[in-house]
Design a protein around this ligand. Structure first.
Ligand SMILES: [Zn+2]
Length: 106
């Protein structure tokens, strides 16, 4: 699957538990259509006590979220937008904002 979301994009959650939250994409899994973003879909991992330490610990981490629940936030106009693929004069395909037609960060 070819994704319209890339690393370092800002995305907003549009449905589910984290609806309304916004964060920067840190990891993309194109084959599964999953994305990991800062502060979104946080889970707590409970670690058992290891040898040497008496107590276990909890580690908070961001779990992958399906892209259907995410919308890209345009850095130019600040709104959530659909991504349009357009061809630049040099023939390269670039991603642009559906609303303001400004190119999104590469
Ligand atoms: Zn825009």
């Amino acid at each position: 699957m070819r994704l319209r979301i890339k690393k370092n994009d800002t995305v907003r959650v549009i449905s589910g538990r984290d609806k309304g939250k916004q964060g920067k994409v840190t990891q993309v899994f194109p084959t599964q259509g999953l994305v990991v973003a800062e502060g979104i879909n946080l889970r707590v991992k409970h670690l058992r006590a290891q040898k040497g330490s008496k107590t276990g610990s909890k580690v908070q981490y961001a779990a992958p979220l399906i892209i259907a629940k995410l919308a890209v936030v345009c850095p130019q106009c600040g709104k959530t937008t659909r991504v349009r693929i357009t061809q630049a004069p040099d023939g390269k395909k670039i991603r642009t904002c559906h609303r303001c037609t400004q190119p999104l960060n590469i």
